[in-house]
Design a protein around this ligand. Structure first.
Ligand code: NAD
Ligand code: ZN
Length: 267
């Protein structure tokens, strides 16, 4: 098998890289942005793997445990309610805004996100153009019939009874609308993400360590289908070697400069 790394020029890092990214975006007819927790740290939401990230503080509760154990469900909801202020107060930052700008100019067709924070939608990207691979923590769903429930109503019932409610329609287990470890990936979103990835000529990764599969398979798929790959991440990722451009810097400032370069070039 031919190594992808050998086929493409390695990105080299210099002060001009945001401008290079801007030019790369300027030459794209149809780009896809792929985001991870790193794009939202500038909005005050910690990521998983940076020092001080969520995983250094508590073990995740996996899907089987959630379904099997009432205590795991209570613990999961206690954690969710403790985070409610942070989720609610978080606002889109310069990185989200730069992405929304590229979507509104028709350059970016879709934003594929591993995030569950709803910040791409809040920055003005239409729900149809955001593909949430790991769901959304801003509301809850019944695991059996998918009925939507709001976090506030679940909290009120939890505080009254000490238990989260069952689904009012079918009695099923209610869970935040996120994908936990061990839970099946959402089929429709995976298909949409695959279609968007195959159709793009530029795939831009923003703030993902690219270790959580199957989500982390999309940048490689994009490369295989002939797209260019750009990665912006504070730390090295496992896929830097496959990329045409790698920028190890903060997303907000980098994307802000890239979009300004693009606006200038297209003037
Ligand atoms: P991750 O925590 O594994 O990696 C985030 C990466 O972003 C790190 O490599 C870090 O160096 C980089 N980073 C952090 N802040 C940055 C910044 N300002 N500029 C540039 N780079 C920055 O995140 P992941 O790959 O998305 O995977 C973690 C999983 O956790 C995801 O599947 C996601 O569902 C979930 N998660 C979501 C949120 C959210 O919705 N905001 C937050 C935490 C975790
Ligand atoms: Zn139900």
């Amino acid at each position: 098998m031919i190594s992808l790394a050998a086929t493409f020029e390695r990105g080299h890092m210099s002060g001009e890289d945001p401008e290079r990214l801007g030019r790369l975006i300027g030459s794209s007819k149809r780009a896809v942005v792929f985001t991870g927790a790193g794009i939202s740290t500038e909005s005050g939401i910690p990521d998983f793997r940076s020092p001080g990230g969520i995983w250094t503080k508590m073990m995740p509760i996996d899907f089987d445990e959630y379904v099997r154990s009432a205590e795991a469900r209570r613990e999961s909801w206690r954690r969710r309610f403790a985070m409610e202020g942070s989720w609610r107060e978080a606002r889109p930052n310069a990185g989200h805004q730069a992405v929304a700008d590229l979507v509104s100019r028709g350059i970016v067709s879709h934003v594929i996100t591993q995030n569950i924070d709803n910040l791409h939608q809040e920055s003005g990207v239409s729900a149809e153009q955001v593909i949430e691979l790991h769901g959304n923590t801003r509301y809850a769903k019944c695991l059996d019939c998918n009925q939507r429930m709001e976090i506030g109503e679940i909290r009120a019932m939890f505080e009254e009874k000490g238990e989260p409610p069952d689904c009012p329609s079918c009695g099923g287990i209610v869970k935040t609308a996120t994908i936990s470890f061990g839970q099946a990936m959402p089929e429709a979103e995976m298909e949409r993400a695959e279609r968007a990835t195959r159709a793009c000529d530029l795939f831009i990764v923003l703030g993902s360590s690219l270790v959580v599969y199957p989500a982390a398979g999309f940048p490689i798929l994009a490369k295989r289908c002939g797209a260019r790959l750009a990665i912006v991440n504070r730390e090295p990722t496992e896929q830097d070697e496959f990329a045409d451009l790698v920028i190890h810097a903060e997303i907000g400032a980098t994307m802000g400069t890239a979009v300004r370069t693009l606006a200038w070039a297209r003037h």
